[in-house]
Design a protein around this ligand. Structure first.
Ligand SMILES: Cc1ncc(COP(=O)(O)O)c(C=O)c1O
Ligand code: FES
Length: 412
């Protein structure tokens, strides 16, 4: 049986055309793009082409709005730190409870070390942002809003274009972590009030360790990494030229294959509907309407989050686990906790590499797997524990604490 890869929100396979575009930049095209001679000039031209390819994918007004970085994490840090530096009179950040740790951990660090006030906007049971809380948090004290475009665990899409308009009304900068959105949703930045956007090549069939930060022209900016004059003094360090060329090609292909999104959504829906129909007591986590077309996050009542991915992995099927509590070997998912989601969950995330066979394979093996797991007394106990506990505490992390205690006591 050939392996089935359904973990594309973790990372994607590098497209062979991307590898092909990158290879010369390890061999004959090894020049430094800052050099005056011919070795440098041709590489500088390739970097410029990549910037234009990316500009086309995200609909930026100008190519110089794109700064190449080492990936999503660096782009997120750069955006937030820059805003605090260019607006010293404002000491507040607005973000959401379901952001990637690249944003949440930085915010927690800034709160602790710099006395910055961080407003964490909650989400509802479907992962939708509390818009009233968002409006209340927006004041002239806010330097930056950092709210993701699409969630990596559930695929829930936030209305970032409208959120950016509201942020602008109070003079705050608006940054979005679009690492999961770019290449999967149409993005047209020039007609929006989004000031900064993070993206990462490895989520769109490009290489790891390369990404970009979009900074709208006119937005004041302070570089995080100081040193040489690369990237117009906005990100020092000799450019990762093979990575940049790879990101450019990945962007061009993402645009070319944007229509594939419809087929991917059809496959995802087939997977979700097939699971819901064949397996009792299952539910979809995330916004029923506003969701990435490739992501299915499914709760299986009574089964711990990591049990299914472990069994599937033995059968050559890759997906990933999430849990609303500290079950088994899993760290609780702050996203599922914030949604007050039930129990354990499994994330299947697709890409243009997937076909019907992949989905059908999962649908073929999963009913028997879940039946067996539910027959195991400890897995069953976990579900009953969740039911009792989820009706009690609110979405503030208490479920995890309470349930992990219950698991411990029931297992001793
Ligand atoms: C939403 C989101 N933001 C940021 C990142 C981090 O990106 P990178 O791995 O390029 O640093 C990820 C990757 O998992 C992500 O899903
Ligand atoms: S994994 Fe089932 S309640 Fe925690």
């Amino acid at each position: 049986m050939s392996p089935v890869y359904l973990d594309n929100n973790a990372t994607t396979r590098v497209d062979p055309a991307v590898v092909g575009a990158m290879l010369p930049f390890f061999t004959e095209q090894f020049g430094n793009p800052s050099s005056m001679h011919a070795y440098g000039a041709s590489v500088a031209e390739a970097v410029r082409k990549a910037r234009q390819q990316l500009q086309a994918l995200i609909g930026a007004g100008f190519e110089d709005e794109i700064i190449f970085t080492s990936g999503g994490t660096e782009s997120d840090s750069t955006a937030i730190l820059s805003a605090l530096e260019v607006m010293p009179g404002r000491k507040e950040i607005v973000t959401s409870a379901v952001e990637h740790p690249a944003v949440l951990k930085l915010c927690a660090h800034l709160e602790k070390t710099r006395g910055v006030k961080v407003h964490i906007i909650p989400v509802d049971h479907h992962g939708r942002l509390d818009l009233d809380a968002y409006r209340t948090a927006l004041t002239p004290q806010v330097a930056i809003v950092s709210i993701m475009w699409a969630n990596n665990e559930t695929g829930t899409i936030f209305p970032v274009v409208e959120l950016a308009d509201l942020a602008r009304e109070v003079g705050a900068l608006f940054h979005t972590d679009a690492v999961q959105a770019v290449g999967r949703l149409p993005v047209e930045l020039k007609s929006t009030a989004i000031d900064m956007l993070s993206l990462s090549a490895h989520k769109l069939h490009g290489p790891k360790g390369i990404g970009a930060l979009y900074v709208r022209r006119g937005v004041r900016f302070s570089s995080m990494i100081k040193g040489g004059h690369q990237e117009r003094d906005r990100r020092a360090g000799t450019e990762n030229t093979p990575g940049i060329v790879g990101l450019g090609m990945a962007a061009e292909l993402a645009l070319k294959f944007m229509d594939e999104t419809k087929r991917i959504k059809w496959l995802r829906d087939r997977l979700e509907n097939g699971i819901i129909q064949r397996i009792p007591n299952t539910s979809i986590n995330g916004d029923p309407q506003e969701r990435l077309p490739n992501t299915a996050n499914i709760g299986f009542e009574g089964i711990e989050g990591d049990a299914i991915p472990i069994v599937l992995s033995r059968l050559g099927i890759a997906c990933s686990a999430g849990s609303a509590c500290a079950s088994g070997s899993l760290e609780p998912s702050h996203v599922l906790i914030a949604m007050n989601a039930a129990c354990g969950a499994v994330r299947f995330s697709l890409s243009r590499d997937n076909g019907e066979d992949d989905v059908d394979r999962v649908l073929e093996v999963l009913p028997a797997i879940t039946e067996k797991l539910r027959a195991v007394p400890s897995a069953g106990l976990c579900g009953r524990g969740a039911e009792q506990l989820h009706s009690g505490p609110g979405p503030s992390g208490t479920i995890a604490d309470a349930h992990s205690g219950a698991v411990r006591s029931s297992s001793t």
